[in-house]
Design a protein. Structure first.
Length: 141
């Protein structure tokens, strides 16, 4: 009896330890559902955002869900990485999906473009650790 109670408490701590606030676990990832590196596409096109091991909520969510979920950002032809300890800027290279959208219609000029997802928290800051998708390059015909 006593032994099983100790085991239950140890299990509880190990579960709590792997789900820290604003800290996606090692199994969490964001990815492109319908595009892969090297694809050739025609514009306009749809981009579908995938997420596993973490949730999606609108930006500004103030309830508990903010600890285990965020919202997508699409980095388009972004030079290098955005700063990870401040809000992701709003500009043509950083598109925010504040309503919790999981897809977008994009219009890009012909040529090569890089696309990468980055998850942000309720104040648009990247989570810690940051959830980046692999950066892919697509060619618009
Ligand atoms: Cu944002």
């Amino acid at each position: 009896m006593k032994k099983s109670r100790i085991l239950a408490i140890a299990l509880l701590f190990s579960v709590v330890g792997t789900t820290q606030a604003h800290s996606p676990g090692e199994d969490a990832r964001v990815y492109f559902k319908n595009l892969k590196d090297g694809d050739t596409i025609t514009s306009p096109f749809t981009v579908e955002f995938g997420i596993e091991g973490y949730g999606i909520v609108p930006a500004g969510t103030k309830d508990k869900r903010r600890h285990t979920a965020g919202h997508h950002h699409l980095l388009v032809d972004h030079p290098g990485n955005p700063a990870l300890d401040e809000p992701i800027p709003h500009n043509n290279n950083c598109l925010h999906f504040d309503q919790g959208e999981t897809r977008a219609e994009l219009k890009l000029p012909p040529g090569k473009h890089t696309l990468q997802l980055l998850l942000g928290d309720e104040t648009h800051e990247p989570t810690d650790p940051p959830l980046f998708s692999p950066k892919i390059t697509v060619t618009v015909k």
